[in-house]
Design a protein around this ligand. Structure first.
Ligand SMILES: Cc1cc2nc3c(=O)[nH]c(=O)nc-3n(C[C@H](O)[C@H](O)[C@H](O)COP(=O)(O)OP(=O)(O)OC[C@H]3O[C@@H](n4cnc5c(N)ncnc54)[C@H](O)[C@@H]3O)c2cc1C
Length: 398
């Protein structure tokens, strides 16, 4: 089995490595996206990455991307080099990683020209309006309604757990337009400006102590008819296309590997009885178990890569990435907290905190990612039923 990437990919690796060395001082500090809108420094970094083809690499130039033909190997090499250097890969999240590919696949020419470029450049921020109090795992139960009146849809209802809604410009939103049709066939996918009259946003605090997500209420919000992506009643299909991109984004092997490398650095630098933790046989045993899982995630990613390079669909095997990656991220950060002992729990400006409180934040945040984008249990159901051919769960609606 030949696991090398080949000379062309290695030439790209050298190019990216040189770029990273030359420009690393310009990279934004810390994670991008969760705290608020991209600032000037982030937007300048993003513009540089797009210019070099390290962000928006495969998005056509006419929509504001770099315009390279799809090449999964190049993407992996770039990800690996940025992770190795520990610097930001630019702006990601709901807009660039989820909505942009959805619009490229299903949007109108007008929608692509209007939204893709500003989203990639960090000028337009998006949130995802899927979940409702009675529609999470059972997403087809969405009740927020959109009724066509003249040239507008009038939207009324309530979304919940909407990450970043408090600083977003736009929402891609799943609404019910055909209440008389079967559940999955009655939905549509709308692009809604968050400044519209009738929208109110109420923050929800997470266990990290920050209000990362919100409730969003719609009270007769008017949205132009042309804001629909796909046709009326096609919302389920479009929403699932976005979900595939979300699950590809969450739990990537490169991110997990970078997190595990950070754990190894911690075990080498933290000491107990004046000896580095990594010299403790019990700690080494824990680390080796985790390393085995990290390697399995990497080889699984390589297997998916080979499948994509052959031009074949990865199918259900792609879901394993989100499921195992997010659970592994939680295990890695939980291990870091255990190794740190009581100082591990210090958070937010304590003089004794380690790594800026990163590990305790990561441990809490990664728990949320096991739930967001479809819970682990739901992923297991899909993998079991559609991948392994196990008997389907009883469902009342189909
Ligand atoms: C950090 C975070 C960010 C989020 N961001 C967004 C966002 O931006 N936009 C958005 O729309 N939503 C967002 N969500 C919501 C997320 O998509 C939902 O929380 C998720 O789909 C689960 O829905 P629920 O919370 O209603 O739980 P429920 O569906 O009520 O599930 C409760 C429990 O029952 C289990 N369960 C339910 N059905 C089954 C079944 N058939 N078989 C086995 N077990 C089952 C679930 O796995 C879960 O453990 C976010 C969530 C989190 C945690």
């Amino acid at each position: 089995m030949d696991l090398s990437y080949g000379e062309e990919a290695e030439a790209l690796r050298r190019e990216v490595r040189a770029f990273v060395e030359e420009h690393r001082t310009q990279a934004p500090l810390g994670a991008i996206g969760l705290g608020g809108r991209p600032d000037e420094r982030v937007r300048r970094w993003q513009a540089l990455l797009i210019e070099r083809g390290y962000a928006a690499r495969n998005v056509p130039r006419e929509y504001g991307g770099f315009g390279a033909p799809p090449d999964p190997l190049a993407r992996i090499v770039i990800d690996e080099e940025f992770a190795r250097a520990g610097i930001s890969r630019g702006i990601g999240g709901q807009g660039p990683d989820m909505l942009v590919p959805t619009l490229l696949e299903h949007g109108t020419e007008e929608q692509r020209r209007r939204y893709v470029g500003p989203t990639l450049r960090g000028e337009m921020v998006w949130c995802q309006g899927y979940s409702e109090p009675e529609a999470g795992s059972d997403l087809a139960n969405v009740r927020t309604s959109a009724v066509l009146e003249g040239d507008d849809f009038v939207v009324t209802g309530h979304k919940i757990w909407t990450t970043s809604a408090h600083f977003s410009d736009m929402m891609f939103c799943l609404v019910r337009t055909e209440p008389e049709r079967p559940r999955h066939a009655g939905l549509s996918y709308l692009l809604i400006p968050m400044a519209s009259a009738g929208i109110s946003v109420q923050p929800l605090m997470t266990m990290t102590g920050k209000a990362e997500f919100n409730q969003v209420f719609f009270d007769g919000v008017r949205v132009p008819r042309a804001s629909i992506v796909g046709e009326r009643g096609e919302g389920w299909r479009i929403a699932n296309a976005t979900l595939v991109h979300e699950r590809n984004m969450l739990g990537s092997a490169a991110q997990i590997d970078a997190l595990f490398q950070a754990l190894l650095r911690l075990a080498r630098t933290e000491t107990r009885d004046d000896r580095p933790l990594i010299e403790d046989p019990l700690v080494r045993d824990r680390l080796m178990r985790l390393q085995a899982e990290v390697l399995a995630a990497r080889w699984h990613a390589s297997r998916l890569l080979s499948t994509r390079l052959r031009g074949e669909p990865v199918g259900i095997a792609g879901l394993v990435v989100k499921l195992t990656g997010c659970e592994l991220a939680h295990q890695i950060s939980s291990t870091a907290l255990e190794l740190l002992g009581e100082v591990g729990a210090l958070y937010e400006r304590s003089p004794h905190e380690r790594a800026g409180g990163l590990w305790v934040f990561q441990q809490m945040f990664s728990l949320g990612l096991i739930i967001g984008g479809g819970t682990a249990q739901i992923q297991k159901n899909i993998i079991g039923e559609r991948g392994l051919g196990l008997p389907r769960e009883a469902r009342g609606d189909v």
